[in-house]
Design a protein around this ligand. Structure first.
Ligand code: FES
Length: 157
């Protein structure tokens, strides 16, 4: 495993890539999008501060649950640039994100729990659609399905 000794405070793009699991091209992309920053050596080599590893871990985890890059960038912009973010800084970010993450957890739960039920989408393809959505009555009240968050369904549902 690409263990990086504690005494190493500045990392090459290769070290960040090896330790974070993010491709070098992805790190270049994150930097181009303003999500991470590096300094350049006299030989124009990138050098990243060690806390970049935490930012990259955060970016990848957030992307994995479908959070848009712009939202991730806004959140990271709350962190201080002039010093390594500490626990309080991350706690502030986490608090700001709590409602976003709670909404996603709720949506993921809906997806996990309702795929075997009638979701009121109008397909009438499951046995229990006849009971839950006879003659597609949901179509009179909502657009889309009950898998979507209420505010995205149109009408009441
Ligand atoms: S699952 Fe589509 S209408 Fe029931």
């Amino acid at each position: 495993m690409p263990k990086i000794p504690e005494k190493v405070h500045e990392l090459t793009v290769g070290q960040v890539s090896a330790r974070s699991g993010a491709a070098v091209s992805a790190l270049h992309f994150y930097e181009a999008k303003g999500l991470i920053r590096s300094r350049r050596t006299s030989g124009n080599q990138r050098r990243f501060t060690r806390d970049t590893l935490r930012r990259v871990a955060f970016i990848r985890a957030a992307q994995r649950v479908g959070i848009p890059l712009a939202t991730i960038r806004e959140a990271l912009a709350e962190l201080p640039e002039e010093r390594t973010p500490d626990r309080e800084d991350w706690a502030r970010l986490s608090a700001a994100w709590r409602s976003e993450l709670d909404a996603r957890i709720k949506q993921l739960g809906r997806l996990r729990d309702h795929l075997t039920d009638c979701i009121g989408c109008g397909c009438l393809s499951l046995e229990n659609c006849v009971l839950s959505n006879p003659d597609d009555v949901f179509g009179e009240r909502l657009t889309g399905s009950r898998l979507l968050p209420e505010q995205e369904r149109g009408g009441e549902g």
